[in-house]
Design a protein around this ligand. Structure first.
Ligand code: 2ND
Ligand code: ZN
Length: 359
C-alpha cells in the first residue's frame, strides 16, 4: 500500500463506537501521572518501553490476561485532575486521527480508589472530553458510555448514573470484563431499568464466549448493539463460500440490522481471531451484516482507527468504498438523536469521502 493511501485513510472522516478510555492512554502520560501521584507499580518508567510492555502483555491469547494490564492504567485515573487530562488527551488523539464522532467507554466504579464519588468521576471525564473537543477545534464530537463490570454488582447503580447524565454527554451504557462465567442476564435488572427509561445500551458479547452470550444479550437483555459479536459466525455454515446458511440467531442479527462493534486487532490479542486476513469481519461485511470497525484499546493494541482500517485494506482486501460503508454504518448505529446522526452523515462523512475519492 502506497504512502498516499496511508495518508488518505488518516484524512478520511471516521466514526468510532467502541473505544475504552482506560485502554487508550498515552504511555508518556501514564509515566507522568504515576510519578506525580506516587503510583510505583509500573513495570517500567520509560514511556516507549511501557507502550511496548502493554502491547506484549496484552498479546496473551486470553481475555482474562489481557484485562490484567488495565490495573496500571486504572491506577493513574483516580483523581478528577487525572481523569480530566486522560479524557482530554483521548479526544485530541482521536481527532488527530481523523475521528469525527466517538463513543468512549469506561467503568466509573473503577475510579473510586482515592475517594471520588461516581458523580465526580463522570463530571471529570465529561469536562475532559469537552476540553479535548475544544482543543481540537471542535473537529470531533465525543460521547461517553458508562460501563459496569460484569463480575461486580454495581450495574443498576451505573445504569442510573448513565440516565442521570444522559443530557450531559453520556450517550449510553455497557457491560465489560471477563465474559466466560458472567452472562449478561446477571445484569437483567439494569437492562430492564434502562429499557423503561428509553435509554441506549450495548453489551460486550460473543468475544471470549460464544452464541449463548450473544443470544442472552439480544433476546433477554435487549441490547441495541453488540460489543465484538464476532462469534456470531458460529451460527453460519459454509462461511466464505457464497452458499452460506445463517442459523436463526445470525439471521435475526442481520435482519434486525443489529450493529456489531468489531475490533480486529484486539481480537487477535485475546485469541478471538487468528489473523486480520481471516478475521470474520470480512465475511460478515460481504454478507451485509451491520458491521463497524473499532479500536477497543489503542494502548494495548498499539492501534488507531486509521491503523485498523489500513490493516483491513492491506491484509483483507478492503476498498475505500468498504471503509465508507462501515463509517456510515457506525453513524447510523450511534447513540445520538436521529437528526444529529443524519447531519454527520450528510455534512461530514459523505463530503469527506467524495473529496477523497475524487482526488
Ligand atoms: O475487549 C474487552 N472485553 C471485555 N472487557 C474489556 C475489553 N476491553 C476492555 N475491557 C474492560 C477493561 C476496562 O477496565 C473496562 C472498562 O473500560 O473494560
Ligand atoms: Zn471492549
Amino acid at each position: 500500500m502506497s504512502e498516499d493511501v496511508r495518508t488518505e485513510i488518516r484524512q478520511l472522516p471516521k466514526a468510532l463506537l467502541h473505544d475504552h478510555l482506560d485502554g487508550g492512554l498515552r504511555p508518556a502520560t501514564i509515566v507522568e501521572l504515576a510519578e506525580a501521584g506516587g503510583y510505583d507499580g509500573l513495570p517500567t518508567t520509560d514511556a516507549a518501553k511501557l507502550g511496548q510492555w502493554f502491547r506484549d502483555a496484552a498479546d496473551s491469547g486470553s481475555l482474562e490476561r489481557y484485562l490484567e494490564t488495565f490495573d496500571h492504567s486504572v491506577a493513574v485515573m483516580q483523581t478528577q485532575e487525572q481523569l480530566r487530562r486522560v479524557a482530554s488527551e483521548c479526544a485530541q488523539d482521536l481527532a488527530a486521527d481523523g475521528v469525527v464522532y466517538a463513543e468512549v467507554r469506561y467503568a466509573p466504579e473503577q475510579h473510586l480508589q482515592a475517594g471520588l464519588t461516581l458523580e465526580q468521576v463522570v463530571e471529570a471525564v465529561n469536562a475532559g472530553f469537552r476540553a479535548g473537543e475544544q482543543a481540537s477545534g471542535d473537529r470531533i464530537v465525543v460521547r461517553a458510555l458508562l460501563t459496569a463490570m460484569r463480575h461486580a454488582a454495581k450495574s443498576t447503580e451505573i445504569a442510573q448514573l448513565a440516565v442521570r447524565y444522559r443530557n450531559e454527554g453520556v450517550a449510553g451504557f455497557d457491560i465489560a470484563g471477563a465474559e466466560a462465567g458472567f452472562p449478561p442476564t446477571r445484569h437483567l435488572d439494569a437492562f430492564e431499568y434502562l429499557q423503561r427509561e428509553n435509554a441506549h445500551f450495548t453489551i460486550h458479547a460473543g468475544e471470549a464466549f460464544g452464541l449463548p452470550s450473544i443470544w442472552e444479550a439480544i433476546q433477554w437483555c435487549g441490547a441495541e448493539r453488540l460489543g465484538h459479536g464476532v462469534r456470531i459466525v458460529d451460527d453460519i455454515t459454509d462461511i466464505g463460500t457464497r452458499a452460506e446458511k445463517l442459523g436463526l440467531l445470525a439471521a435475526y442479527v442481520r435482519d434486525r440490522r443489529i450493529p456489531l462493534e468489531m475490533c480486529p486487532s484486539s481480537n487477535l490479542q485475546t485469541g478471538a481471531a487468528d489473523s486480520i486476513a481471516t478475521h470474520p469481519i470480512t465475511h460478515l461485511k460481504d454478507l451485509r451484516f451491520r458491521i463497524t470497525v473499532n479500536t477497543d484499546n489503542r494502548l494495548m493494541s498499539g492501534t488507531s482507527m486509521s491503523r485498523e482500517m489500513q490493516l483491513l485494506v492491506d491484509e483483507a482486501g478492503w476498498t475505500v468504498e468498504d471503509l465508507r460503508w462501515v463509517t456510515i454504518n457506525a453513524i447510523k448505529s450511534a447513540f445520538l438523536p436521529f437528526d444529529e446522526r443524519l447531519a454527520i452523515i450528510e455534512d461530514i462523512i459523505k463530503p469527506g469521502y467524495d473529496a477523497a475519492m475524487a482526488g
